[in-house]
Design a protein around this ligand. Structure first.
Ligand SMILES: [Zn+2]
Length: 256
């Protein structure tokens, strides 16, 4: 598929909740016959099971989006990297922080006037370095033929809870395909429940169970299906109370 050069909307897409929301929003807002490009950096730092699971997620999410928005062209570029570097986090010195790996590999692909969308939410370490990352991209693009690149961080004021809530409300058909566990055990599609992304996901879902609506119900369902956790929240509206009382009355009458 031919991708128009320049003026492209490019999303760094992992198949997780954050980048899925960014991609889905862009596709939803795109005019007919325009294109959105999802770029996945496929590296071997996180283990083959996670990669396999993520790749499946990406394909399923893209398939659903193409079904829902057939007039928008959604391109998917997968960049495969072989590297022996150790994966790490930006706040320690254990290895290569993921944003650096992603940016190093995407910068050469950017063309003048492209816009790069990053799905970091307000709790991600990368957000603390937003200005530095922007400067880094712009300096690198200056060296690369003086290209001017815009970056957008649409989730920078969103918590994980808000990301999930929005995804459930606006794109309920995508939520179940998203994956985030860092230590996925492929057999039976089980997540570990203990890594940082699993912890953040559980916390966000617990927050959402307090909603007495379809979002709360979906959160409970996800806690059960992903982590085997059953949640029951005692919550009764006046309406429900009235229904319950009238049923009880009828029952009493029928009994007599
Ligand atoms: Zn996990």
């Amino acid at each position: 598929m031919e991708i128009e050069i320049g003026n492209r909307k490019i999303v760094l897409f992992s198949g997780g909740f954050d980048s899925t929301l960014v991609l889905a929003r862009l596709v939803k807002e795109a005019a007919d016959n325009t294109s959105v490009c999802a770029v996945t950096i496929d590296h071997n730092l996180t283990g083959t099971q996670k990669l396999r699971r993520e790749y499946e997620s990406q394909l399923l999410i893209l398939r659903e989006l193409r079904k829902q928005y057939p007039k928008v062209k959604i391109d998917h570029e997968v960049i495969h990297i072989e590297s022996n570097w150790i994966s790490g986090e930006s706040y320690n010195s254990k290895g290569l922080a993921q944003p650096i790996l992603w940016l190093c590999n995407i910068i050469p692909l950017l063309e003048d006037k492209d816009t790069l969308y990053l799905g970091y939410n307000k709790d991600d370490q990368a957000i603390l370095h937003e200005t530095n990352i922007k400067n880094l991209i712009s300096a690198a693009c200056q060296i690369q033929e003086g290209k001017i690149i815009n970056t957008h961080w649409p989730l920078k004021y969103f918590s994980k809870t808000e990301v999930l809530k929005t995804l459930i409300e606006e794109f309920p058909y995508l939520v179940d395909f998203c994956t985030s566990c860092e230590a996925i055990r492929y057999e039976g599609e089980k997540v570990c429940g203990e890594c940082l992304p699993c912890t953040h996901l559980k916390e966000a879902l617990f927050n959402l169970t307090l909603n007495n609506n379809e979002v709360g119900e979906k959160a409970k369902e996800m806690l059960k299906s992903r982590f085997g956790i059953r949640v029951s929240v005692a919550y009764e509206t006046e309406e429900e109370k009235a229904v319950e009382e009238s049923t009880e009355e009828e029952y009493v009458k029928a009994d007599n």
